[in-house]
Write a protein that binds this ligand. Sequence first.
Ligand code: HEM
Length: 208
Amino acid sequence: MAPTDTRYVKVHPLVVRITHWINAVAILIMVLSGWRIYNADPLFGFKFPADWTLGGWLAGALQWHFAAMWLLALNGAIYLAYGLISGHLKRKLTPVSPGAVLGDVRSALRGKLAHDDLTVYNAAQRSAYLGAIVLLVVLVVSGLVIWKPVQFHTLGLLMGDYEGARYVHFFAMAALVFFVLVHVIMVALVPRTFPSMFTGRIKSKVAS
Ligand code: HEM
């Protein structure tokens, strides 16, 4: 076996780090203002606690939602364009197979998921990150239908018109909030990854 050395290696490109943190802030604003907007006309038999919402009242929440919407969409477009053109998305988030994901989730539940090489995402991470990206696209598209139902009528037909788009938007939000909760718990369990999302580097074993 080749001898190994512990060295700092580059893991997250600058564009990914900047867009990641802008995205986190934009999502926080979108979710908290979205809950206030939901409270004005709930789809289900419950409301979100007013203290967990942003905007103070419906009009204030709509202003926050519309302001952060541009941040979220533009920032997401930059991340996706960079990821596709540079090969980052292909390199870091593929390949991923259902069998590999199930295997990783089983090992994680038994506390046996290996974390030796933090420069490579495991199958569970890859599928979760790809899922979060798809959810964000669904949120933006269904949000467009709710915002401009007449102009985006054809898009609306795909999700059962305005009312259908509201349900799609709600369930995609719920799934994304679930992703963020699990994501933050996983970061807390492997705290070395946290500073790497700022510095771009992580200490890792490399063949010397
Ligand atoms: C709020 C919504 C969030 C979303 C949608 C999100 C999504 C993602 C995605 C897609 C990646 C992979 C990026 C890539 O390599 O291209 C990632 C990585 C990462 N995220 Fe988040 N994230 C969010 C919030 C957070 C928060 C609040 C934290 C801090 C607790 C965090 C910490 C990290 C870290 C440390 C990594 C790198 C993981 C590693 O190297 O193993 N994220 N996130």
